[in-house]
Every structure is written in C-alpha cells, then in structure tokens.
Design a protein around this ligand. Structure first.
Ligand SMILES: [Zn+2]
Length: 220
C-alpha cells in the first residue's frame, strides 16, 4: 500500500504533544495505522521527548523542522524493520483499521447509516467534542460529492476505494487536509464505492442550492 498524502507537520506535532483534540486525534491515529512514513515521523518526534517540545518555540518548529530532525536522527528502513512496526489489525470488513474500530466498537455493517442523497450515506461518530464532527461517508463508485468550500478545517481519510479532485487522487490511507482556501468537487473512483472518515470543525459551504437546502437536515 502506497500512501501519498499525509497530514501536515503541524498536525503531527500537535498529535505527539497531546494538544490535538480527541476527534482530530482519531483521524491522525487512523492514518498512522495505515502509514509507515508518518509512524516513523511520530516515533522520531516522540523520541525527542516532552522537554524538547516544551522548550522549542512555535516559530522554530515551522517549515520543514520535523524533516530536518529526521535527517539528524538517521532512522533507516532497515533499522525500522528490525524494531518491527505494529501489525495492522483490521475489522472483518477489512476496511476499518484498529484505532477506528476500537473507537466505534463495531464494524461498518453494524453502524447506523443515514441517506445523504445521490446514493451516498453517512454515519455520524459520537465523540466528546461538540465543535468538531466526525463521520464515515460512503460515496457510490463514480459519483461526485457536491462541490463545496470550507469554513474551517476538514480532514478526509480514505479507507476504501478512492476519490479525486483538482488536487489529485486519494486512495486508502491518504489523508487530505482542506481549509478555507480549498474549494473542491471530489468524485469517487469508478470501480468501487469510496468509504472515508471525514472530520470537520465547521459546516461545509456548498455551491449548489439543492445541497444547501438539505444541508441543515443532514448536519453537514
Ligand atoms: Zn502519512
């Protein structure tokens, strides 16, 4: 499995330092289960220790700081293999990685799915946070999600199938981090339904009137 789209360094640092909220952390932990590259980055950041993180100002951690740290601490693939990466445990559906499966306490087929129209479904994930929403989305093969922009941050982690927009194609394990600057019109790949975990901290801003009308009823 080749993961090509990763969370930003800022999100990984927040995750490691424990300042990232529960819902965003669920997205990052699920990405980590599927992404050896980011697990390696997180290992390096964790190894640096809490003291170091506390003593570095945010300005010094900007840019390619984590990349430079990794260059200093040479973690070759061989060394990584010797330490043994955790085996990926999956649900019966082979779609939900362990962090998400434990959080939900059930597999895809046992979740409550709500119809979104155009053959798409969502399943809202209960978290302790009120201002951040997590949901699983099932978008039928070849079908688009209505074109939208964002008022806040949106993380989309692909769990099955794929979707494409102007920024590229996203497959299992790929994570898209979108904010107010990205307006997009994602479309599921034509061969398979796309299942993804989407986390948002503000309602999406749809371009089409029809989508805007149903939006409040669906809570998206
Ligand atoms: Zn990654």
């Amino acid at each position: 499995m080749n993961v090509n789209h990763h969370p930003s360094e800022a999100l990984l640092l927040d995750y490691v330092s424990g300042t990232l909220g529960e819902t965003w952390s669920l997205g990052i932990a699920t990405h980590l289960a599927l992404c050896p590259t980011c697990r390696r980055t997180v290992d390096v950041l964790e190894a640096m220790g809490g003291d170091l993180l506390e003593n570095i100002s945010p300005a010094e951690m900007s840019g390619d700081a984590a990349a430079r740290m990794m260059a200093r601490i040479d973690v070759s693939d061989d060394a990584q293999n010797k330490t043994g990466l955790p085996t990926l445990q999956l649900s019966k559906s082979h779609i939900l990685p362990q962090p998400l499966l434990s959080y939900l306490g059930k597999d895809l087929a046992d979740l409550k799915w709500q119809r979104l129209g155009m053959g798409a479904f969502q399943s809202l994930i209960q978290t302790q946070e009120k201002d951040v929403t997590a949901r699983l989305l099932r978008i039928p093969a070849g079908k688009p999600v209505p074109e939208h922009t964002h008022r806040g941050l949106e993380l989309t982690l692909i769990l099955s199938g794929e979707f494409s927009d102007a920024t590229g194609t996203y497959k299992r394990g790929d994570l898209q981090e979108a904010d107010e600057t990205l307006g997009h019109h994602p479309c599921a790949g034509k061969d398979k339904d796309c299942v993804c975990l989407a986390i948002t901290d503000a309602p999406l801003r749809f371009r089409s009137l029809a989508a805007r009308i149903v939006q409040p009823m669906l809570g998206i």
